[in-house]
Design a protein. Structure first.
Length: 137
């Protein structure tokens, strides 16, 4: 497929130099790949995997992915609370939201098996967390 794309780009450049050869090659290779089913996706139940180690890895990956999605939802809620607190000048609300975001960051670090010594304390600026300095032990 790749060699054909390069050949097509070379020929287009030689015979029709005004045609965007890379764009044409990309579009044609995408269409050909789609038409012949080049991707070969296969779905199988977890029980069909014979290796216990691979099944464990898939289960762990799925659990981490689910935890990340839940953490993303929680962070969106915390960011909304922080934005509202900043808008209203509610200092306690700002501090609560910042605290909650740091607790969530610590939980995420635990999910990802990252040492907290490498985590950063952040401050919020217009709803975004700006990293400042490492946490002290």
């Amino acid at each position: 497929m790749g060699a054909g794309a390069f050949l097509l780009m070379f020929l287009l450049k030689k015979f029709t130099p005004k045609v965007p050869n890379v764009l044409v090659a990309v579009v044609l290779t995408i269409l050909i790949s789609w038409a012949i089913g080049f991707q070969h996706d296969t779905k199988a139940p977890l029980a069909a995997i014979q290796s216990a180690e691979v099944r464990r890895m898939v289960t762990d990956f799925n659990a981490t992915f689910t935890a990340k999605a839940e953490a993303d939802k929680r962070m969106q809620e915390i960011t909304s609370r922080l934005t509202a607190a900043e808008k209203n000048g509610d200092e306690q609300g700002i501090l609560r939201a910042q605290y909650d975001s740091q607790v969530l960051a610590a939980e995420i670090a635990g999910y990802l098996d990252i040492e907290l010594s490498h985590a950063f304390v952040g401050r919020f600026n217009n709803g975004r967390c700006v990293l400042e300095k490492p946490l002290k032990h």
